[in-house]
Design a protein around this ligand. Structure first.
Ligand code: FAD
Length: 401
């Protein structure tokens, strides 16, 4: 089969790699080039963790995906995963961590319950104030995100895949897809038309622009501001062998240890404003920095007032129920859509690609092995429900801005 994959972020890159490994003729197209920093996959790091509350599907995908990330790291001779561990700061008001602990234990995935004293001892730079207990995942940690995507694309090229930089024009207008039942070809802006047997659109937060009728109401691009603070000089407690990545559900906030001894990333998880990617100024708002310092004064006081080394913005591709979109286009039989990462898809990229490659080629064994137990990834109306990533809300005690 000849297959075009649009979008070389984590989903598109891994889909292209799996399809090419199966021997198909695959072209990977990205408007901003492979390994770009404008897509959601273009930042330094992403957390990989198994906890998903009571859900048992995502943890299994996450563990499988981690195996693929590790294998790619070995093949490319690069550190793509840092096993720093991930600690979840629990709170009395919600059950996410307790449900996660039960699920992970039942699935045989290592998980520890830390008392407040354990937290103070094992992660001394994190303030345990107001935290009744913590869930610790020792085999979780940080993926080196952009490096991982570049390694995936290089592996794809290494097995004969073709990469093109160019913008694919939208296959659909606000009224929907053109009639005909199949797409058959894509047109590049100012460039050639490329024919293929199947098309995978993994265009991240740009998907609503490409499929306004099908996806426009389903995926909302929320601008998220990312900050890197100066690491306290010479303080080894902030390094990845001494500090885990951390997630504060109540504070809707998370952070990483320092990987370079110079900068340390800490970011809000509360949803930023909805913006069209191509119209966004992509500037980190002063109000976000102020609100983040406020959270950090409570949680990671040692960096709360440090200088900001750099900022970055990208987009959460938010679906109402926080489940991804991995499905065939409802009117175009040769078109598949993958996206809706909702702030938790990076870690799953290798398995999203593996599953999608199975769907596109009709491989029943792969589909049977990887399909979720429900229709969670389908293109259909979805009910909004609280996210299982974090609360997604700005804490009420943080000033509006
Ligand atoms: C701040 C932030 C923190 C996050 N934290 C985590 C985390 O800790 N753990 C985790 O697992 N996930 C996390 N995520 C989510 C995860 O990073 C994303 O869901 C994932 O990277 C999305 O990958 P993608 O391939 O769908 O999209 P992208 O990486 O955005 O890739 C889409 C690509 O499509 C290209 N494209 C768009 N339109 C066209 C077109 N018309 N023609 C050609 N190419 C096109 C773009 O140039 C882009 O390269 C986070 C996301 C953000 C924004």
């Amino acid at each position: 089969m000849r297959i075009v994959v649009v979008g070389a972020g984590v989903m598109g890159a891994w889909t292209a790699l799996w399809l090419r490994r199966r021997g198909h003729d695959v072209i990977l197209i990205d408007r901003h080039g492979p390994g770009n920093r404008l897509g959601s996959s273009g930042d330094e790091s992403r957390i990989t963790r198994s906890a998903h509350g009571p859900d048992r599907h995502y943890p299994v995908w996450q563990r499988r995906a981690l195996t693929h990330w590790r294998a790619l790291g070995r093949e490319s001779n690069q550190e793509l995963f840092v096993e720093a561990g991930v600690v979840w700061l629990a709170n009395e008001a919600q059950t996410f961590e307790a449900e996660s602990f039960d699920s992970l234990t039942a699935l045989g995935i290592p998980a520890e319950r830390w008392s407040r004293d354990d937290l103070a001892r094992r992660a001394p730079v994190i303030s345990p104030a107001g935290v009744p207990w913590a869930l610790y995942e020792p085999e979780a940690g940080a993926l080196m995100a952009r490096r991982g995507v570049v390694a995936t694309i290089e592996a794809f090229e290494g097995v004969g895949g073709e990469v093109i930089t160019g913008r694919v024009l939208a296959p659909e207008g606000p009224e929907g897809a053109w009639p005909g039942g199949e797409l058959g070809r894509v047109e590049l802006e100012g460039g050639p038309t490329i024919e293929a047997d199947a098309f995978v659109f993994a265009a991240g937060p740009w998907l609503p622009d490409l499929f306004p009728a099908t996806i426009g109401g389903m995926i909302e691009p929320h601008r998220q501001d990312v900050m890197y603070f100066q690491a306290p000089p010479g303080d080894a407690r902030y390094l990845a062998d001494a500090m885990p990545a951390w997630i504060d559900f109540e504070g809707s906030f998370y952070g990483f240890p320092s990987f370079d001894g110079v900068s340390i990333k800490a970011c809000p998880d509360w949803l930023g404003p909805v913006e069209r990617c191509d119209e966004s100024a992509r500037e980190c708002a002063d109000a976000t920095i102020d609100a983040s310092r406020e959270v950090l004064r409570r949680r990671l006081p040692g960096i709360a007032d440090q200088a900001i080394v750099r900022t970055w913005t990208c987009f959460y591709e938010v679906t109402p129920d926080a489940h991804f979109v991995i499905d065939r286009h409802p009117a175009l039989a040769d078109v598949w859509i993958a996206g809706g990462g909702t702030g938790h898809a990076f870690k799953h990229g290798p398995v999203i690609g593996e599953y999608l490659a199975g769907l596109v080629t009709g491989d029943r064994a792969v589909i049977a092995e990887l399909a979720p137990p429900d229709a969670r990834f389908g293109i259909h109306a979805r009910d909004a429900r609280p996210s299982f990533r974090t609360s997604g809300r700005k804490p009420t005690n943080i000033a509006e801005g």
